[in-house]
Design a protein around this ligand. Structure first.
Ligand code: GDP
Length: 138
């Protein structure tokens, strides 16, 4: 068993797609170890995406990620990080495999429906932005 971290992003919440997305995650064998709805402040979004600070798309990314509520969650299953990346699909929804969450719910390279951690270490770091030990039910 391993864990990964996800954010159901504001565009998905605006479309009321969060229920469908959670259903897909469960159908792929993920269990919810911790979950809550929240809204990212500029500061929190900036910390979370600090690695992209110098990118040309950083301001657009900040505007998008703070534009409405999100759901943050820690998910558990075997090989969680790689499996979630596979279920989520490519960053650009137009290039994502059919059947992936981004292919189904994403619009473009910014509004791409969902975040998925890219390594075990980043999953731990990202989860710690939002959850502490007492939040975990698994
Ligand atoms: P991910 O791991 O697939 O989410 O991709 P990255 O870590 O490279 O990028 C983080 C997030 O920044 C993406 O999920 C997008 O929301 C956004 N993003 C990435 N690349 C671009 C880009 O070229 N242009 C814009 N506008 N947004 C981007």
């Amino acid at each position: 068993m391993s864990r990964t971290f996800t954010i159901i992003k504001p565009d998905s919440m605006r479309k009321k797609a969060e229920g469908k997305i959670i259903d897909i995650l469960l159908s792929h064998g993920f269990r919810i170890a911790a979950m809550r709805a929240t809204r990212l402040s500029q500061e929190k979004a900036g910390e979370f995406y600090a690695i992209h600070k110098e990118k040309v798309f950083f301001d657009e990314l900040m505007e998008y990620m703070t534009s409405g509520p999100v759901i943050v969650a820690v998910l558990e299953r075997d090989d969680a990080v790689a499996e979630l990346r596979r279920v989520v699909g490519a960053t650009n929804p137009q290039k994502a495999e059919p059947g992936t969450i981004r292919a189904m719910f994403g619009k473009d390279v910014t509004e791409n429906a969902i975040h998925a951690s890219d390594s075990d270490e980043n999953a731990r770091i990202e989860a710690a932005h939002f959850f502490s030990e007492e939040d975990y039910c698994l």
